[in-house]
Design a protein around this ligand. Structure first.
Ligand code: SAM
Length: 255
């Protein structure tokens, strides 16, 4: 069972999210145990303050180190000491999340996800208590809660016994370094557009070949960075992810 603790100043945001869909099923089936903690429970003043003005001036507020470090150490133990969990701060400065990292996280036993707010967190929290910073994309949210939900959902759906059919992750995007091709369901014709004949042929070999060709075509068109110079997909997810990361870096150097 994967245990996930979330630290936030808005625990109420998680209530409906944790009770529904695959995340709800993962908890119900005992594959994940997810607990949400109100950071203010670790505040020490009467007003349960968790933020303060930034040193050196500037706009907004910064999350104070004392409640955050106390919360993290209560849930995960001290860094370098008896650390029981991997502590992740959701942050736009973090490494961009991809499917290979999600696969790794799904193999952990215990994650602590820390949601920032305001202008972010005091650097000493990161230095003293955080193992890793993760971003869910190159844009800025108001807080880490939606990012933490993205991590929870991406990770829990990979836990064995959560998805009804484990094969459903096999052909999906980013597996084997390819995007998924188009999919169809009934009716066979809709507004003059017919489902490709091969999908209705009942020939499993031909259907598999069609899916493979479509996946390669979509990947070539939309994410050529996932493919090697010879146009072939990476042999595994990590290779695909590293290749995409390399392309992004090269792109960044060019701009
Ligand atoms: N001042 C920060 C900056 O410029 O990088 C942005 C702070 S943001 C308004 C507040 C919090 O939202 C962050 O501390 C982080 O926890 C979360 N957050 C915002 N964008 C995120 C992203 N793309 N990925 C993960 N977390 C994000």
């Amino acid at each position: 069972m994967l245990r996930i603790d979330v630290v936030t100043i808005f625990p109420g945001l998680f209530e409906p999210f944790l009770g529904e869909s695959m995340v709800g099923i993962a908890c119900e089936r005992g594959k994940a145990r997810i607990e949400v903690h109100d950071l203010r429970d670790w505040a020490t003043d009467r007003h349960r303050t968790v933020d303060d003005a930034p040193y050196g001036g500037g706009p907004g507020m910064v999350m104070r180190p004392e409640p955050l470090v106390a919360a993290i150490e209560a849930l995960a133990g001290e860094q370098g000491g008896e650390r029981k969990a991997r502590v992740i701060l959701l942050s736009p400065r973090g490494r961009r999340l991809d499917q290979a990292r999600v696969e790794d996280l799904a193999r952990e036993e215990h994650l602590v996800l820390v949601c920032g707010r305001y202008e972010g967190v005091d650097q000493r929290v990161i230095d003293l208590a955080v193992d890793e910073e993760i971003s869910i994309g190159d844009y800025v949210l108001c807080g880490g809660e939606v990012a933490a939900m993205a991590v929870v959902e991406a990770v829990t759906r990979l836990l064995p016994g959560v998805l009804g059919n484990p094969e459903s992750t096999e052909r999906e995007s980013f597996r084997r370094g390819l995007l998924e091709g188009p999919q169809y369901t009934r009716p066979a014709e809709f507004r003059g557009r017919a489902v490709p004949e091969v999908l209705r042929s009942g020939d499993h070999g031909k259907v598999a070949g069609w899916h493979e060709r479509q996946a390669r075509a979509v990947t070539r068109e939309r994410r050529p960075d996932l493919l090697a110079g010879d146009g072939e997909p990476a042999t595994d997810e990590r290779e695909a992810s590293e290749r995409a990361e390399g392309e992004r870096k090269k792109e960044g150097e060019r701009t």
